[in-house]
Design a protein around this ligand. Sequence first.
Ligand code: CP3
Length: 355
Amino acid sequence: MGELKNDRFLRALLKEPVDTTPVWMMRQAGRYLPEYRELRSKAGDFLSLCKNAEFACEVTIQPLERFPLDAAILFSDILTIPDAMGLGLYFETGEGPRFKKIVRTEADVDALPVVKTTSDLDYVLNAVTTIRRELNGRVPLIGFSGSPWTLATYMVEGGSSKDFRHVKAMMYDKPEIMHQLLEKLTLSVIDYLNEQIKAGAQAVQIFDTWGGNLSHAAYQTFSLQYMKKIIDGLIREHDGRKVPVIMFTKGGGQWLPQMADAGADALGLDWTTDIGVARGLVGDKVALQGNMDPSVLYASPATIRNEVESILSAYGSGSGHVFNLGHGIHQFVDPEHAKAFVEAVHELSPKYHQS
Ligand code: CP3
């Protein structure tokens, strides 16, 4: 598989020197792009896009055709794992994800298989291979998974939730059942990410979207502990190159010192923490990825540029920063504003990398 033409994303994750701060956007492929909406309607629905390698590849590359991004992210979803466990994922328009089967009891948890990626999720691996071939070394490809806790919230609630009523009741009342569920998910995620790496993913990100909803103690026990176990089980070098791991707990800024010891190469930061303060807390242990409020992209390009400059200056000089939004790009953002964001990072950051 050919040489990487642009490796500043991988270099920054490993805190190696770079000329410019690399940038990508969480959810960079998606509904804010008219060409995405067009392909989705051709495919029929979102899951059909994910399950067809040619479509998934095309959608992954769409944002790279518009903006000079430094990484591509596999087009898929974190909920492929519960779907492969037999829960029957579907999407109601405007309602977000839903499952036909919901996990509420010990018997429900016992009945869940551990995912075997090569047979149960081969469509994801086909997408990875196809995307790598099509990227042809242009930028690195990121693979990903949800964290066990975040996946468990969807499986126990049966979809998205505001109050996490059932999953938290299970966690507090029946912690041993919750641990059995998290254990099965952990084994599944290790297998899933390792197969993505073998198929060609050059970095991986664990999305712990709902970890920040836990109490201090519960975060360590029910989320961080399992992410650590995953990181310990991952292939860290493939094809002669390190495969960096990014751990992203949304709302996790107060746990930076503990997260920095989890074994990840980089931590994702949402916009509620100052990235300079975060850098001070994690020291040399990990790189940082983030952290502009995605809502800044509703503002004018001039305002976006100012926000980019203030985050670059808060991080300060030297490598170890991958610019990103603090969470996924919103669906009503003007693609021209996304372009202004990506270009601003490249134009304003070289001064922070002169030695
Ligand atoms: O970043 C990328 O461009 C890669 C693709 C990607 C998707 N989902 C595509 C998607 C990634 C990395 C995800 C991760 C994901 N999925 C997370 C973790 C990240 C985060 O946002 O916190 C979560 C919690 C999910 C679960 C999920 N999938 C939800 C809650 C929804 C519906 C919410 C929404 O935005 O409508 C999805 C659907 C989904 N996943 C879409 C896309 C592009 C929208 C589907 C569509 O209508 O076309």
